[in-house]
Write a protein that binds this ligand. Structure first.
Ligand SMILES: Nc1ncnc2c1ncn2[C@@H]1O[C@H](COP(=O)(O)OP(=O)(O)OP(=O)(O)O)[C@@H](O)[C@H]1O
Length: 252
């Protein structure tokens, strides 16, 4: 397997005034392999989201570096970083952030239409295919007030997939959803991962982490432990057992 993303001695500090500096990430080294499905857990405030944003180039480390497929992205210009994110990365957040004045399918198409030289027809077809894959093709022409939280999160997943990203970053993508919608979203993400897209997500929920193949645990700005679970196969494995083993692992 080859490494898609590598963080090397990552530190993130913020100035709080009064000559006081908060160390949010402390010398973190992390490799994510192509095709992996990894979750980050840990107590509130331990630095999970900050790690995700620094690994994805949405934020910049204070020292250390991040490599995407072997190339250092730490010192890319804002414009080059934005291009890299647009072409190679997809993002899904707890706060879904869809555009109000666009239909749901136009929201999905939006990141593709920003790029130059795209054929709107092709993008439309791709968006329709994604809506079908996530089971919400009937909602294409609706607006965001006409979808449930779970449906809108599927739209957000389609939007994250429209440019065929190599890696998807999720910050609590199921955080605002009920347990049934959480299961649906995790099944969709597992399918996307099976088709080859790498996924790195932050979650508080052991049920969600149970569907991933490696769980990282952060405390106070450091990764203090990791649990290698292997890929989840719903035909062969009991997700409840995986969830319990994660909860036991966290306790111990
Ligand atoms: N720009 C900033 N300025 C000041 N403090 C910050 C900043 N960004 C993050 N922090 C602080 O850094 C710590 C880690 O934040 P982060 O959001 O990464 O944690 P988290 O583990 O994702 O938390 P949660 O699970 O509650 O979302 C928190 O104490 C947060 O308040």
């Amino acid at each position: 397997m080859s490494t898609i993303l590598e963080g090397i001695s990552m530190n993130k500090n913020v100035e709080l005034g009064d000559n006081h500096e908060l160390r949010i990430l402390k010398d973190i080294n992390l490799e994510i392999e192509e095709g992996e499905f990894v979750s980050i857990m840990g107590p509130s405030g331990s630095g999970k989201s900050t790690l995700l944003y620094n690994m994805s180039g949405m934020d910049r480390v204070s020292s250390g570096s991040v490599k995407f497929r072997g190339s250092d992205i730490t010192s890319l210009s804002e414009e080059k970083m934005a291009q890299l994110r647009l072409k190679h990365m997809g993002f899904i957040f707890q706060d879904i952030n869809l555009l109000k004045n666009l239909s749901l399918i136009d929201n999905v198409m939006f990141p593709a239409l920003i790029s130059k030289d795209v054929e709107k027809n092709k993008v439309n077809q791709k968006a329709k295919k994604l809506l079908k894959m996530t089971g919400i093709d009937k909602l294409a022409d609706h607006n965001i007030t006409q979808g449930s939280g779970g449906q809108l999160q599927r739209i957000a997943i389609c939007r994250a997939l429209i440019n065929n990203p190599d890696i998807i970053f999720g910050d609590e993508p199921t955080g605002a959803l009920d347990s049934e919608s959480t299961e649906d979203i995790m099944s969709i993400l597992a399918e996307i991962n099976r088709r080859g897209t790498t996924i790195l997500l932050v979650t508080h929920d052991a049920k969600v982490a149970a569907k991933t193949e490696r769980v990282l645990y952060m405390v106070d700005g450091s990764i203090v432990a990791q649990k290698i679970m292997g890929k989840y196969d719903p035909q062969k494995q009991d997700s409840k057992k995986r969830e319990e083993s994660i909860l036991n692992w966290i306790v111990h």
